[in-house]
Design a protein around this ligand. Structure first.
Ligand SMILES: [Zn+2]
Length: 344
């Protein structure tokens, strides 16, 4: 069933644990501002996560600033916890994307057919948005390696392939972060991508199918987009209409043994909220409580094993932007609970 050898032959060393548990304070290269004086859960956000779209476009672009708004308004976090990412450089992106695609994407040479596949009309704003979003995921991963847990307020564009965008995803932020962190480490760092967005992480699966130090785990609705699935290292396809209890049991059946056998140095968690019963594109029936329990379970399972975790918000679709933004903030609220209970 698995293409990759997931059992680690290398025992976890003391040094790995130190790096993994983030006790060392190496410099982050992708932060514009670092706020070491604050002890709260690190939240990565940039005002340029958002850009203009044509009126009535179905992608809920307005959700990104509203996620931060509700976290501040509800006093889940303070503004001192907010870290600001740099824009992802072309060099960083080229770890995953082809030079030709990056040149076309950045300079507006994407033809109409390609734009249709992405779901977005090309604009300078969307390029900037995607590059900051990717910078945000890389920064969240870097902070997680130092502090154990960090959450972006965007990210999870898992349908982007090396040479083309698809399904509202233009750059694959998860893949760029995983590639950068596995390539950078002399320790051959290993990354586990836990993708619980309702859609399969097909771009990410494709990018890492031959890569032994990145393991892709996707739980998704089998009948949902993309029609043609790629092969992740572990795919769990679920039926339409699945509810909280069964969904949580599904995650619980796979995550612990995956963590204990692959033994990652970092987990990237895509906490997509499109399995929610009210989501316009999902086909499952999870509630707010179900999503909260799911996020809490994933992060606690990872953190209690001494493994750092960085989270991205993934997909979520509703015309009611505020309702959607509050739903996306579930992962940050659950992370805050983990941060407190685990004494981080
Ligand atoms: Zn999705």
């Amino acid at each position: 069933m698995y293409i990759k050898q997931i059992f680690s032959k290398r025992p976890r060393t003391k040094l790995d644990q130190l790096v993994g548990a983030a006790i060392t304070f190496c410099r982050c290269f992708h932060a514009e501002q670092i706020r070491p004086e604050d002890n709260g859960l690190p939240i990565v956000h940039h005002s340029k996560y958002v850009c203009e779209l044509p009126a009535n476009h179905r992608f809920p672009m307005g959700k990104f600033p509203r996620v931060l708004h509700f976290l501040l308004k509800d006093q889940v976090i303070t503004d001192k916890q907010v870290w600001v990412p740099e824009i992802a450089s072309q060099h960083l992106l080229s770890g995953v994307h082809t030079d030709e695609y990056l040149d076309n994407f950045i300079n507006g040479k994407i033809n109409e057919q390609e734009q249709r596949r992405t779901g977005f009309p090309w604009s300078e704003g969307i390029v900037r948005r995607c590059r900051y979003e990717t910078g945000g995921t890389v920064l969240a991963a870097e902070i997680a390696l130092q502090r154990g847990l960090a959450c972006s307020t965007a990210g999870g564009t898992h349908h982007a392939f090396p040479s083309y965008g698809s399904g509202f995803c233009l750059l694959n932020d998860l893949a760029v972060a995983a590639k950068y962190l596995t390539g950078k480490s002399p320790l051959k760092r290993k990354v586990l991508i836990v993708d619980l967005d309702v859609h399969q992480g097909d771009g990410t699966a494709f990018i890492f199918k031959e890569e032994s130090c990145v393991f892709t785990f996707s739980v998704h609705c089998g009948k949902n987009f993309p029609l043609r699935k790629q092969q992740s290292d572990l795919d769990v396809s679920v039926e339409d209409g699945m509810e909280d209890k069964e969904y949580l049991s599904t995650v619980e059946a796979h995550l612990p043994w995956l963590l204990d056998t692959f033994r990652p140095d970092l987990v990237l968690y895509d906490a997509g909220v499109d399995p929610h019963w009210e989501d316009e594109l999902g086909r499952l029936r999870l509630t707010d409580q179900g999503l909260y329990q799911r996020d809490l379970y994933v992060m606690k399972s990872v953190v209690t094993r001494g493994v750092p975790v960085a989270t991205v918000i993934g997909g979520g679709y509703s015309r009611d932007i505020d309702k959607l933004a509050i739903r996306h903030s579930i992962v940050h609220r659950a992370a805050t609970q983990v941060w407190r209970e685990c004494g981080m």
